[in-house]
Design a protein around this ligand. Structure first.
Ligand SMILES: Cc1cc2nc3c(=O)[nH]c(=O)nc-3n(C[C@H](O)[C@H](O)[C@H](O)COP(=O)(O)OP(=O)(O)OC[C@H]3O[C@@H](n4cnc5c(N)ncnc54)[C@H](O)[C@@H]3O)c2cc1C
Length: 293
C-alpha cells in the first residue's frame, strides 16, 4: 500500500524500526522476533542503514526478508554518508529490486572521529538533496524524513532547524518521523511550530521504550534527548533489570496514551529488534492495538 494511503488511515499508524544484525545468525534470530512483531500488525517496518558497506547489504537483506515474511510494507533508511549520487542511485535501484516500498531519507552523522559532516565529491550535503534525488529518479518510493523535537544537535537554533525541515518537506517528503524524546511537551511544542511553519504532512512521534537505565543514558546521550528527572529517579530506585524494564514500559505507555489523546497520526516505535516492551505498550493502548479497532 502506498505510504500516502497508509497515512490517511482513520486510526493511528504503527511502525516498527529494526536494525540490521551483524551476522547471518543474527538476522535469523531477528526474523523469529519479526514473526512475533507481525502479530501486532504494524502498518510498516523500517530498517536502519549504517555507515559500513556490509551493514548496507544487511539493511537490504532485512527489508527484503521482512517484506517476504510479513507482506507488510518496508522502508530502508538511507544516508548520504560516504556515497556519491551515483552510488545512492545504485542503492535505490537495488532497494527497488528487493521490494522496498519506502525510504527514510537522511543525511547521516559524521563518520567516527570526524566532527562535522563532509559530503564526498559528487555526493550530497543534506537530506533535502537526497529527497530531491529520490523524487526525480525513483518517484515510486514513499519518503520519510527525520524531525527533531529537541532540535538537531548541529543546528544553530530551533528556527534554522525548522527551516531545514521545511526544505525537506518541500522537496517531497510524505511524512516526518521524529527523533526519540521522553517528554511529550517537547513533541507538542515541535508540532505547533511545524504547523505554524505551514507543514501539513503527518508527523509520527518516535518512541523508544527504555529497557534499562544504562541503555537509555547511552542512547539519549548520543542523540541529546533529555531524560526527565523524575523518570531517571524512578528508574534508579532499584538496580534490577526487571524493575527498570517495567518503569520504562510504564513511561512509554503514558507517553503513547498522551500522544494518542492529542490526535497524532501514528507512532514510530524504535523496537530495536526486541518484542516484549512493544507488545506490552500496544496491548495497554487500545487505539494502537489492531484487533480492537
Ligand atoms: C527517525 C530517524 C532515523 C534515523 N536513522 C538513521 C540511520 O538509519 N542511519 C544513520 O546513520 N543515522 C540515522 N539517523 C540519525 C541521522 O542520520 C542524524 O541525526 C544526522 O545527524 C542528521 O540527519 P538528517 O537527515 O536529519 O539531516 P539533515 O536534515 O540534512 O540535517 C542535518 C543538519 O543540517 C542542518 N541543515 C539541513 N539542511 C540544511 C541546509 N540546506 N543548509 C544548512 N543547514 C542545513 C539541519 O538543521 C541539521 O542540523 C536517524 C535519525 C532519525 C530521527
Amino acid at each position: 500500500m502506498s505510504l500516502k494511503n497508509i497515512l490517511t488511515s482513520d486510526r493511528p499508524v504503527v511502525s516498527f524500526e529494526l536494525f540490521p544484525p551483524k551476522s547471518d545468525a543474527g538476522v535469523d534470530d531477528l526474523m523469529k522476533n519479526v514473526g512475533e512483531l507481525a502479530e501486532l500488525s504494524p502498518d510498516f517496518y523500517t530498517c536502519t542503514y549504517g555507515a559500513g558497506g556490509s551493514t548496507r547489504d544487511r539493511t537490504l537483506d532485512v527489508t527484503r526478508r521482512v517484506r517476504e515474511q510479513t507482506s507488510t510494507p518496508t522502508a530502508s533508511h538511507l544516508t548520504c554518508v560516504g556515497s556519491t549520487r551515483d552510488e545512492l542511485r545504485g542503492y535505490l535501484k537495488r532497494a527497488q529490486e528487493a521490494g522496498v516500498d519506502y525510504i527514510v531519507a537522511l543525511r547521516g552523522d559524521p563518520p567516527k572521529g570526524e566532527e562535522t559532516f563532509q559530503a564526498v565529491e559528487g555526493g550530497l550535503s543534506y537530506a533535502n538533496e537526497l529527497v530531491e534525488l529520490i523524487k526525480a529518479d525513483f518517484p515510486e518510493f514513499g519518503i520519510l524524513v527525520a524531525g527533531y523535537p529537541e532540535v538537531h544537535q548541529e543546528a544553530p537554533s530551533a528556527e534554522v532547524d525548522l527551516e531545514n525541515l521545511v526544505r525537506k518537506v518541500n522537496a517531497g517528503a510524505d511524512a516526518i518521523v521524529t527523533q526519540l524524546f521522553y517528554s511529550n511537551d517537547d513533541f507538542f511544542r515541535f508540532r505547533e511550530k511545524c504547523e505554524a511553519a505551514g507543514i501539513t504532512i503527518p508527523i509520527l512521534p518516535g518512541l523508544l521504550p527504555v529497557l534499562s537505565l544504562k541503555q537509555v543514558q547511552r542512547i539519549a546521550g548520543l542523540c541529546k534527548a533529555k531524560l526527565p528527572t523524575t523518570f531517571v529517579e524512578r528508574l534508579s530506585q532499584q538496580d534490577s533489570p526487571e524493575w527498570q524494564f517495567q518503569v520504562g514500559v510504564e513511561h512509554a505507555i503514558a507517553q503513547a496514551e498522551g500522544l494518542v489523546a492529542a490526535g497524532i497520526p501514528g507512532i514510530h516505535f524504535y523496537v530495536l529488534n526486541k518484542v516484549t516492551a512493544t507488545q506490552q505498550i500496544l496491548s495497554a493502548v487500545p487505539q494502537l492495538g489492531r484487533q480492537t479497532v
